[in-house]
Design a binder for this molecule. Structure first.
Ligand code: FE2
Length: 179
């Protein structure tokens, strides 16, 4: 199995590198956004490598290496991550839009603090509306809300960005590549 795990690790590193210079109208590019989100997840939940990897790759759909499927980017993330890292990682990344819609509804301070880009995408994603119990009663929902808060924090161009090799170490640990 180690061979397959090495493949996942190498592919993940390649996909992450492809996010350098990809911009989504925020103040950091997609690679820095990914690394910052993962760093916050690791700081808030040390030991939860699944949450860290979900945060790292929640916007993987923006990679030019992934063929455009026409699917919403949260679903692309879920479908890309689940076979590589398991159902929890895929589910958490796939919940990051639902988590935003939920937080914007229940927490006015959260809604007020969203970036302009995030407000625009929220409108496209169905706006501020209750999300169903299939989300909010899910045992992983609290972790999905945590991922979302890390995602929203990961847009500061002045924040120190974790190194890519640190993120790959977490990926390796999660998939079981011996070091
Ligand atoms: Fe994001």
């Amino acid at each position: 199995m180690v061979g397959k795990h090495r493949e996942v690790s190498a592919e993940t590193a390649e996909v992450l590198r492809s996010l350098r210079g990809v911009w989504d109208e925020e103040a950091v590019d997609e690679l820095d956004h990914a690394l910052l989100a993962a760093g916050y997840a690791a700081a808030r939940h040390p030991g939860d490598d699944e949450l860290v990897v979900a945060a790292l790759l929640h916007d993987v759909a923006h990679s030019p290496l992934l063929a455009a499927s026409g699917q919403p980017h949260d679903q692309v993330a879920r479908d890309w991550l689940t076979p590589r890292f398991g159902p929890r990682v895929g589910w958490l990344a796939g919940a990051h839009v639902a988590a935003k819609r939920h937080l914007a509804q229940v927490d006015q301070a959260y809604a007020d603090a969203l970036s302009e880009t995030s407000v625009r995408s929220l409108a496209r994603q169905g706006g501020v509306a209750p999300v169903g119990p299939e989300w909010t009663r899910h045992p992983w929902w609290d972790a999905a809300l945590e991922l979302r808060r890390c995602d929203d924090a990961a847009k500061d161009p002045n924040a120190p960005v974790p190194e890519l090799h640190w993120a790959i170490e977490v990926v390796d640990r999660l998939v079981g590549v011996p070091r």
